[in-house]
Design a protein around this ligand. Structure first.
Ligand SMILES: CC(C)(COP(=O)(O)OP(=O)(O)OC[C@H]1O[C@@H](n2cnc3c(N)ncnc32)[C@H](O)[C@@H]1OP(=O)(O)O)[C@@H](O)C(=O)NCCC(=O)NCCS
Length: 173
C-alpha cells in the first residue's frame, strides 16, 4: 500500500472498507455539483466506482483516498495519468486540505512518476477547483463546450495544465 503523509493528511491506496465514507462524499449533491456524474444514488453505485479505483493498473494511474484525523474525507490523485482529480466532503472544505493533498499528489506525479505535465478538466462554473488549481500554477490550455453529459445536462470544460518546468520553477528552494 502506498501512503503519502502531509502535515494534516494521510493519502493512501483505497480499500473496499472505504465504501461508506466515499459514498458519503459521492452521494453529496453539493460535492458533485460539477462532478462528471450525478450524485451516487446508492451504495452499489459507489461500490462499482471504488472497485474501479482500487483496480487502476499500475502505470495507468494512481489514486488515493484522503484521511484527515483518522477519517476518510475524499480522494485525490492522478486517476488516469497525467490527469488529476479530487473531491472532498463539504464538511472538510475551506481549511486548505485540498491544497495540501494536491501538493502531495503533484510531488508524486513529477518526482516519482516523472510526468512532463499534469492536466485537469474543470467545469467553468467550478470556482473552487479553478482557484485551487491556479494556486498550484495550472494555466488554461483550452475550452470545450458540451464535453460532458452529466445526467441529462451537457456541461462544458476548461482544460488546464501544469508543466514540469513550471512546477520546478515555482518550488520553494
Ligand atoms: C475543489 C475542492 C476539492 C476544494 O477543497 P477545499 O479543501 O475547500 O480547498 P482549499 O481550502 O484547499 O482551497 C483552495 C483554494 O480555493 C479557494 N476556494 C475554496 N472554495 C472556494 C469557492 N467556493 N469559491 C472560490 N474559491 C474557493 C480557497 O480560497 C483557496 O484559494 P486561496 O489559497 O487563494 O485562498 C472542494 O471544493 C470539492 O471537493 N469540490 C467538489 C469536487 C470537485 O468539484 N472536484 C473537482 C472536479 S474537476
Amino acid at each position: 500500500m502506498i501512503v503519502l503523509v502531509t502535515p494534516r493528511l494521510r493519502l493512501r491506496t483505497a480499500r473496499p472498507d472505504d465504501l461508506e465514507a466515499m459514498h458519503a462524499v459521492l452521494s453529496s449533491v453539493e460535492a458533485t455539483l460539477y462532478w462528471s456524474t450525478p450524485p451516487h444514488a446508492d451504495l452499489d453505485r459507489t461500490a462499482v466506482w471504488l472497485r474501479a479505483m482500487i483496480d487502476i493498473p499500475s502505470g495507468e494511474g494512481e489514486d488515493f483516498v484522503v484521511e484527515h484525523e483518522g477519517r476518510v474525507i475524499g480522494k485525490a490523485g492522478l486517476y488516469r495519468f497525467p490527469e488529476i482529480g479530487f473531491i472532498l466532503h463539504p464538511d472538510s472544505w475551506g481549511q486548505g486540505l485540498a491544497s495540501e493533498a494536491l501538493t502531495a499528489v503533484l510531488t508524486r506525479g513529477f518526482d516519482v512518476h516523472g510526468l512532463d505535465a499534469v492536466i485537469a478538466d474543470v467545469d467553468p462554473r467550478n470556482a473552487a477547483s479553478l482557484r485551487l488549481l491556479a494556486r498550484h500554477g495550472f494555466g488554461e490550455t483550452g475550452r470545450r463546450e458540451r464535453s460532458w453529459l452529466v445526467g441529462e445536462t451537457w456541461c462544458d470544460s476548461i482544460d488546464l495544465a501544469l508543466t514540469r518546468d513550471d512546477w520546478l520553477a515555482a518550488r520553494p528552494g
